[in-house]
Design a protein. Structure first.
Length: 257
């Protein structure tokens, strides 16, 4: 059984963004002209203009910048906001389709479908929750080594059983969640270059009783949390803005889909 759906955004109780309107924006970006975009979609110029004008009125922002005609004729280009709408729609549409595809594998059995939907709505206690794509699966006799790319900038490795790989449908380019509990993240003054050993900057230190919580900045968009015994932390003689190495075992890296 196949499940399908359409994704549409309303604003002020009026239709704002859908697949057709996103295609208009994409084609303006591709051809540099509203008239050429309309022609590529077999639409009249007026229909394309009306759709674009309604989007603009509901957005309260300019979506295209028009250039006056010259030797090479006029043209149009998208504003930054219009490009953000395209990225937002594509991200949500891809996520929706992946979710529906996963549901399809459970649709013939109500109890397994119910269990899957319940599991999907669960919140996790793991402090570190990252989202990425599987780049490689190296299968061993019992376990598989999974290489995951986070935000196109951070490589993380996980070790899970071959059965889990099969049950989760793990394969290259599959989007997954990576969960790492804060106590599993260790820090060291020594520079290392092994699996899941990452150079970080200590951005924040919080002490509560005999525990210390560290916020570790990996790059401008990715940070992780480490929690350790205060005695162990003080022995490292580090402070905020110091560079340290964070590490965690591939076997401590949980994968969710």
């Amino acid at each position: 059984m196949h499940i399908d759906s359409s994704l549409w955004f309303d604003k002020d109780k009026k239709g704002f963004l859908g697949k057709g309107r996103i295609e208009i924006l994409k084609n303006i970006d591709r051809y540099g002209s509203l008239s050429k975009a309309a022609r590529a979609m077999n639409m009249s110029y007026k229909a394309a203009w009306d759709s674009l004008n309604e989007m603009k009125n509901l957005s309260n922002e300019e979506l295209i910048i028009s250039n006056a005609g010259g030797k090479k004729g006029g043209g149009s280009r998208l504003t930054k906001r219009a490009k953000e709408y395209i990225k937002m729609y594509d991200l949500l549409y891809t996520s929706e389709q992946e979710f529906l595809k996963t549901i399809e594998s459970h649709i013939d059995n109500f109890s397994t479908l119910q269990a899957f939907l319940h599991r999907s709505s669960l919140r996790t206690s793991a402090r570190n929750q990252l989202f990425g794509k599987v780049k490689r699966v190296e299968k061993g006799a019992i376990n598989s080594k999974i290489s995951i790319l986070i935000d196109n900038s951070l490589q993380i490795y996980s070790s899970i059983t071959n059965k889990s790989v099969k049950d989760l449908g793990i394969k290259e380019n599959k989007s997954v969640y990576v969960l790492i509990k804060a106590p599993w993240v260790n820090i060291s003054n020594e520079k290392k270059d092994g699996e899941n050993e990452i150079l970080c900057t200590i951005k924040k230190i919080k002490t509560e009783g005999n525990l210390v919580e560290l916020t570790l900045q990996i790059n401008p968009v990715i940070s992780i949390i480490s929690v350790m015994q205060a005695k162990k932390f003080h022995a490292l003689h580090v402070a905020e803005n110091n560079h340290i190495t964070a590490s965690f075992q591939p076997s401590d890296t949980i994968i969710g889909v």
